[in-house]
Design a binder for this molecule. Structure first.
Ligand SMILES: [Zn+2]
Length: 187
């Protein structure tokens, strides 16, 4: 989940941490799982063009790493799949000014016994309720990161920092975490 904090309008240079300090964590349900690096992605029905566009940009960002390979298509039950979607959710007063801009995550399916396989049928969504905050490349990159198995990072250089501040370029630590989920042997 990425949030947008209205009061946080600027990030000063002194808040920037070194790119080598904080490792980008991996979602616990993905840890220790052997997943193919190939994913088939498709859009839910009635996706607005601008939402599709930012997800396409996010797909290109991850494909550029060479660590994962995202291909447009439905995929099969035995293949990794990602569904992109939009939703509309108003912020409650309990959220203390934090606006939800999107959510996403992995869903691991493991079949054991003969013909055993492990796949990830993931989802990544953008909140249309506040389109100026939700329909952004940085949010799409963050939610797709969750779908692929990345967890929140405390580093402001990471796309997995929980509060959206417009960062859509994967940090070295983000790519390192991705490589640990999808090692050379899965490619
Ligand atoms: Zn998040």
């Amino acid at each position: 989940m990425a949030k947008w904090f209205p009061e946080t309008t600027t990030q000063t240079k002194s808040q920037e941490k070194s790119d080598t300090s904080d490792k980008t964590p991996i979602e616990s349900i993905v840890q220790g799982k052997t997943l193919s690096h190939t994913y088939y992605y498709h859009f839910a029905a009635n996706m607005p063009t601008d939402a599709k566009q930012v997800f396409e940009e996010a797909v290109a960002t991850y494909n550029a790493t060479g660590v994962v390979k995202l291909i447009e298509g439905e995929g099969t039950a035995k293949q990794n799949r990602i569904t992109f979607f939009v939703y509309s959710k108003a912020t409650s007063t309990a959220s203390q000014g934090l606006i939800e801009s999107g959510h996403g995550g992995p869903k691991i399916i493991e079949r054991t016994g003969w013909g055993a396989y492990t796949v990830n049928h993931a989802r990544a969504g953008l909140n249309m309720k506040y389109p100026q905050m939700g329909i952004k490349k940085s949010v799409a990159v963050h939610e797709l990161g969750h779908a692929l198995g990345l967890d929140h990072s405390g580093s402001v250089t990471s796309v997995m920092y929980p509060i959206d501040h417009g960062r859509s370029v994967l940090s070295k630590m983000d790519i390192a975490a991705l490589k640990s989920i999808y090692p050379e042997s899965s490619r």
